[in-house]
Design a protein around this ligand. Sequence first.
Ligand code: FFO
Ligand code: ATP
Length: 184
Amino acid sequence: MTSSEESKAALRKRYLAKRKAIIEERRIEAGQKIMEALPPLLPEGNVLSFASFGSEIDLWPLNNLLIKEKRLLLPKVASKSTIQVYRIKEITHDLAPSDLGPLEPINTLCEPCFAEEICCVLVPGIVFDDEGYRLGYGKGFYDRLLANLPQKTPTYGIAFREQESPTPLPQTSRDVAVLRVHYF
Ligand SMILES: Nc1nc2c(c(=O)[nH]1)N(C=O)[C@@H](CNc1ccc(C(=O)N[C@@H](CCC(=O)O)C(=O)O)cc1)CN2
Ligand SMILES: Nc1ncnc2c1ncn2[C@@H]1O[C@H](COP(=O)(O)OP(=O)(O)OP(=O)(O)O)[C@@H](O)[C@H]1O
């Protein structure tokens, strides 16, 4: 491991523990704030959201709203290193649990989506810094996805305020920052 990878691993562990320790009351408060503040901030068109799992901030109420508006896209791990994006038509039918944790689109039932059709991306993470750099689960899925989007596509980290790093995160040339992070 390089020294940057080593410190990333330690930060990931620390902030994952911090995220897991967030109490139910705070989770409910953050969930309410998301539904008040986030919808007006989203551009028109398809939104690549994420299927919150485990201790992640809960995007399910927002995902349900986006599906009613026929503009919900969700990611599926397609290989060791890549994510494929699909349009979701029905939450109850189109998703199945994945080996890594989150619910994922069933690829035989959902229509794949090209990068040009994505109008906005909501990005999960374990910790974010002031420049929009992030650490996820360490597989580089989002770095690759973000690097392949048209430059103009807005990308928003969505996180609890407990996930904000007071100091810059270690970076490599492959890390791609989000445009801004919305903390709740
Ligand atoms: N909701 C959500 N969907 C997502 C991601 C994410 O971070 N969140 N991903 C972002 O890249 C991709 C999936 N990548 C993942 C990579 C590793 C693990 C992982 O290490 N899971 C642990 C359990 C972790 C926990 O319970 O908190 C495991 O398998 O042991 C999970 C997802 C695509 N979809
Ligand atoms: N565009 C890329 N091309 C090839 N390898 C990459 C690319 N982006 C990241 N990687 C590699 O993927 C691995 C994990 O990257 P990193 O630690 O930044 O993941 P992460 O952002 O925490 O995870 P994720 O994006 O899955 O939530 C690293 O070895 C990194 O070099």
